[in-house]
Design a protein around this ligand. Structure first.
Ligand code: EPZ
Length: 435
C-alpha cells in the first residue's frame, strides 16, 4: 500500500487542471450498455473507481480501450447481464449498471453493494424506482436479481429520508429511457452529474425533459444509438483545490472549474475570508483576509452545500479564528476524519450529526490514516498547513477519486510525495492496533 508524505507550510500558487467528474463518469460508462453500438467517452479520469467500472463493462463483454482520457467502448450484446461480487464489493457505485441492464436486457444480476465508513448505503429508492417501472426484484445469496418482461412508464416519487438520491435517480432514468410510454420522476436528484448523464442519454436518442431539475420527464423510445460524449469537470476535485488555496493563503487558478456547479462552496469560502473569481476557463481563489473566519455549514442535496466537500471544509474551519459548526444532513455519520484531524491538534467535537470546530492557531504534522475518499482529501489539506511532516497511510482511498493528486499539488508548490508503506513485522500487533 502507498502513503503520502506532506511537509506543511507552503502557500500553493499556480494553475491546476481539473479532471473529468468521477460521479458523472460512473453512471455514464454504465449507460453505454443501453445501446449495442460502440461509444466514445472523453475526459475520463484515470481513477481506481473508473477502472473498476471499466472492468465491469469488460466482464459484460464490452471491450474498453483507453487512450489517455478517451475511452472507446466496443459495441455488442451482453449475453450474461451479471455484475460480480468481486467487483461490485470494491465500489458501491457499480449498482448503477442495474438500470441500463434492465432497460436494454430486461434482466440483471448485481451483487448487493456494501456500506462504507460514511454510513449505511441503502438502495431502497433504487428498488422503488425500478419496481415502479415493472421490475420484479429479489435478493438471493447477496445478489439483487431483477427481471422485467416489460418496462412501462409511470410517475415515481423518489425522495427519501435524506432528500433525493443521485444514483437512484440515475438508475431509474436509465431504465425509463427504453420503457414503453411516459415516466415522470419526482424529487429527482438535480446534481450536475445526473444532468450530465441525462444529456448523454439525450445525445443517444433518449427523449428527456427537465434535465437538471427535480422533475424529470421521459418518453420511452425503442432503441438508443452509440455516442461520442465528453464528461463535465469534477466539481468536488475543483472545490477541494479552491479550499486549498484559501487554507494555505496562496493563489490558485483551477482550470475547468465551474462557478455554477460550486455556488454553495464559493459562498462559504467567501464567508471564511476567501476570494473566488470567475476567470476565462476557470476559477481563481485566494485568501482575502489575514485570518480564516469561522462558518456554519449544513450539507444538503444540490444546489445546497455538497456532502462531498464537508470534510475538506472542516480542515479549513480547523484553522479559523472562531467556532464553526458543520451539520451533516446527507450522511449523518460522515465524520471519520474528525479523530484524525484532532490527532493533528484540531479541536473538534461531535454532537450527533453536527461537528463543533474550535479553530486553532496551528496544526502539527502526524502519522494519520485515510479512511474514505473525502476524509483522505481533508487530511491532505490539513497536512499542507500543519507544522512539520504528515504521513497519510492507506491512500488507496484517495486514489479512488483524485487523479494524480501529488503531481497536481507539487506543481503548485506543495511539498508532497508518495512512498511505499513498509511491511509491518509479522510478530505481535501492528503499532497502534487497538482493541
Ligand atoms: C452519490 O452517491 C455520490 N457517489 C456520493 O459521492 C455523494 O456523496 C452522494 O451521491 C450524495 O451527493 C456517486 O455518484 C458515485 P445518494 P449515492 O443516493 O448516489 C440515502 C464521493 O465521495 N439513500 O444521493 O449513493 C443515502 O443513504 C461519493 O464521491 C437512501 O436512503 O448517494 C444518503 O443518506 C461518496 N436510499 C442520501 O440518500 C437509497 O436508495 C443521498 O444518497 C439511496 C440513498
Amino acid at each position: 500500500m502507498d502513503k503520502l508524505i506532506v511537509e506543511g507550510g507552503t502557500p500553493l500558487r499556480g494553475r491546476i487542471k481539473v479532471s473529468g467528474a468521477k460521479n458523472a463518469c460512473l453512471p455514464i460508462l454504465a449507460a453505454v450498455l443501453l445501446s449495442d453500438d460502440e461509444s466514445i467517452i472523453r475526459n475520463v479520469p484515470d481513477l481506481k473507481d473508473v477502472n473498476t467500472m471499466l472492468d465491469i463493462l469488460t466482464g459484460l463483454g464490452r471491450k474498453a480501450v483507453r487512450e489517455k482520457d478517451v475511452v472507446r467502448i466496443s459495441g455488442g450484446i451482453v449475453d450474461r447481464p451479471v455484475a460480480p461480487y468481486e467487483l461490485v464489493s470494491t465500489m458501491r457505485a457499480s449498482i448503477c449498471v442495474l438500470g441500463p441492464l434492465l432497460g436494454r436486457y430486461h434482466e440483471a444480476k448485481v451483487s448487493f453493494p456494501g456500506g462504507c465508513v460514511i454510513g449505511p448505503r441503502p438502495i431502497d429508492l433504487h428498488i422503488k424506482g425500478l419496481k415502479a417501472l415493472g421490475t420484479v426484484i429479489k435478493v438471493e445469496e447477496g445478489y439483487i436479481i431483477a427481471s422485467a418482461p416489460k418496462l412501462t412508464g409511470t410517475r415515481i416519487y423518489l425522495g427519501g429520508h435524506f432528500g433525493s438520491s443521485v444514483l437512484a435517480t440515475a438508475n431509474t432514468l436509465m431504465a425509463a429511457v427504453l420503457a414503453e410510454g411516459d415516466t415522470v420522476i419526482e424529487d429527482a436528484a438535480g446534481e450536475p452529474e445526473v444532468a450530465d448523464l441525462a444529456n448523454m442519454l439525450a445525445k443517444m436518442g433518449a427523449r428527456i425533459e427537465g434535465i437538471g431539475t427535480a422533475t424529470i420527464r421521459v418518453r420511452g423510445v425503442k432503441k438508443l444509438k452509440g455516442v461520442d460524449y465528453t464528461i463535465i469537470s469534477d466539481r468536488i476535485e475543483a472545490g477541494t483545490f479552491l479550499i486549498a488555496a484559501v487554507l494555505t493563503d496562496g493563489k490558485l487558478f483551477i482550470e475547468g472549474a465551474s462557478a455554477e456547479h460550486n455556488l454553495a462552496l464559493i459562498d462559504k469560502l467567501e464567508e471564511c475570508g476567501g476570494s473566488v473569481e470567475e476567470k476565462q476557463g476557470g476559477l481563481e481563489a485566494c485568501r482575502a483576509t489575514r485570518s480564516i473566519r469561522p462558518t456554519h455549514i449544513t450539507t444538503l442535496p444540490y444546489p445546497g452545500f455538497p456532502t462531498d466537500l464537508q470534510a475538506q471544509m472542516m480542515s479549513l474551519s480547523a484553522m479559523s479564528d472562531g467556532i464553526s459548526v458543520i451539520t451533516e444532513k446527507i450522511y449523518p455519520e460522515r465524520f471519520i476524519h474528525v479523530s484524525e484531524l484532532n490527532r493533528m491538534g484540531a479541536e473538534i467535537m461531535l454532537e450527533g450529526a453536527s461537528a463543533i470546530i474550535k479553530g486553532v492557531k496551528r496544526l502539527s504534522g502526524a502519522p494519520v490514516m485515510a479512511s474514505d475518499l473525502r476524509a483522505s482529501a481533508a487530511l491532505v489539506l490539513a497536512g499542507l498547513v500543519a507544522d512539520g511532516r504528515t504521513e497519510i497511510s492507506r491512500i488507496y482511498h484517495l486514489d479512488r477519486g483524485y487523479e494524480h493528486i501529488e503531481e497536481k499539488l507539487s506543481a503548485v508548490g506543495a511539498r508532497v510525495r508518495r512512498e511505499k508503506e513498509k511491511k509491518k513485522s509479522s510478530q505481535g500487533k501492528a503499532p497502534g492496533k487497538g482493541v
